[in-house]
Design a protein around this ligand. Structure first.
Ligand code: CA
Length: 265
């Protein structure tokens, strides 16, 4: 793989180089627990080693049952989840984890076709890496997901729509008096649209905002489509006639400006 890792404990940075690119991760504040679920020992070890080197605590297990048990015993900050597992498959683990928490889930799969990807996202996964992947990519994805999950809540701001309120400070969405439970990715997509009401945002741009990195436009379209579908099921009174998040065919998505209570936002 041509990967070179350097670990500087003094400066609390972790650098890795691959094909001439060097990425340095500042680990000064990283002590998050990552649950790694993978039955193949050498992949499990590689992932664990990579993430430990990047400053995370790692709990590694080899099957779905152990993953759920571990997640109950010591709730992780992020789950790296293989799909082909000997007992419960990764889809089922993903579904059960998502039923209980919003923990970011990164799927690792050799089944890197669109159908698998879309299935994973439908079940509530936040992102995926296709096997074989480079440790650099994996560490960067984990860091991006965790950074988003823990981003400082400094922008105290309410965006009020007719029937829906977004609190950008607490990442809370309310429909009437009820809290709407969105995954971190769904919230970020909605917030990205709500910050620029009436403007069309492309799937690629939404992915950059919501996920923190670039993905191919075609992949972005698929991924965002699935997240928007989830989002609509949670916030729209009529999913097939969206009131808030509008599709602008061939271009992207837009928050319906007419739904703003305070059009000065
Ligand atoms: Ca496997």
């Amino acid at each position: 793989m041509g990967l070179v890792c350097r670990w500087y404990s003094l400066h609390q940075t972790f650098s890795f180089a691959s094909r001439g690119r060097v990425i340095t991760v500042n680990t000064a504040r990283m002590a998050e627990l990552v649950l790694v679920v993978e039955d193949e020992a050498h992949v499990r070890e590689l992932v664990s080693y990579t993430l430990q080197g990047a400053g995370y605590r790692v709990q590694a297990v080899s099957n779905g049952g152990a993953a759920l048990e571990s997640a109950h015993r010591a709730p992780p900050d992020l789950v790296v989840l293989d799909i082909r597992l000997p007992d419960l498959d990764g889809w089922e683990v993903c579904r059960r984890l998502r039923a209980e928490s919003d923990v970011p889930i990164l799927i690792m799969t050799a089944l890197a076709d669109d159908e698998s990807l879309v299935k994973g996202l439908r079940l509530g996964a936040d992102d995926y890496v296709a096997k074989p992947f480079s440790p650099m990519v994996l560490a960067a994805r984990v860091q991006a997901l965790l950074r988003r999950a823990a981003s400082p809540k400094v922008q105290s701001r309410l965006i009020e729509l007719h029937g829906l309120t977004l609190d950008l400070a607490s990442a809370e969405v309310r429909r009437g008096d009820s809290v709407v439970h969105l995954t971190p990715t769904e919230f970020r997509l909605l917030a990205a649209l709500a910050r620029r009401p009436g403007q069309v945002v492309s799937p690629g741009e939404l992915m950059r905002i919501a996920q923190g990195y670039e993905v191919a436009e075609r992949d972005a379209q698929e991924i965002v489509k699935v997240h928007v579908r989830h989002l609509r099921h949670k916030i729209e009174p009529q999913v097939d006639r969206p009131r808030y998040v509008l599709t602008v065919r061939g271009m992207g998505y837009m928050l319906n400006r007419k739904q703003l209570v305070d059009s000065g936002v």
